[in-house]
Design a binder for this molecule. Sequence first.
Ligand SMILES: [Zn+2]
Length: 243
Amino acid sequence: MSRHRASGPMLAEPCIEATAAPPSGTVTELFGNTELERLRGMVLAFPRTAHRLLNERHAPDAVVRYTLRAEAALRLDSLREAMTLASAAVDHAMREEPVDPGRLLPAVTVLADAAVVAGAPDAVRSCMDLAGLASKFGDQHRLIVAAGLHAVAVFQQHSCREARHLLDQIGHTCTDGVIVTAISLACDTVTACCARRGQPHWPPPKLPVITAGGLVQPALTAPFLPDRFLRWPGVHDCSSTAG
Ligand SMILES: [Zn+2]
């Protein structure tokens, strides 16, 4: 189990065995001691390499392989591929008996995130599906991620004011400093988007930041929601002066 995941007691943990002895030297120091930790680190730092290496030999576990490949594809802005791979991960995880939320929820999170980044018509529903599953399994981290992504999807497809209201609700229910800061930054991003409404929209030139709530980064990060809010122009029903 990684140090990362051990820090979140309410996070659903996957039951994954290491599949190979850890190598020695700097690669281990950089990416961790287990095969899963090394693959996670590679997706984060070298998504193109990870995408190439994530085959059955390096990641024989189909749920892990499809989820990590989806995360790498999303990082590379290959959104249709990310959605296809994440759907495959969800299908494999759903067929397991019993269902392991620590394996299912990261896949469902990546699927919802890919739908949001792609601006897919069913993005709102995908986020609500994720929220329902996170609530059912008591995964507080992914419940927050789901609520944030839902706000982004609502911003994209329905209403900036409603999205702002959803963010405020998250902020009011959380006391964790990291989450409060992340939600505050998301609110600032919506406000800035509202101030620029009517102007041509340019998505961020950088590739999408790593999915929050996936296998690589299980919890919400500060840059995640601002990055997602900036991907699409949004539907503005705000006043002329603010969001
Ligand atoms: Zn607005």
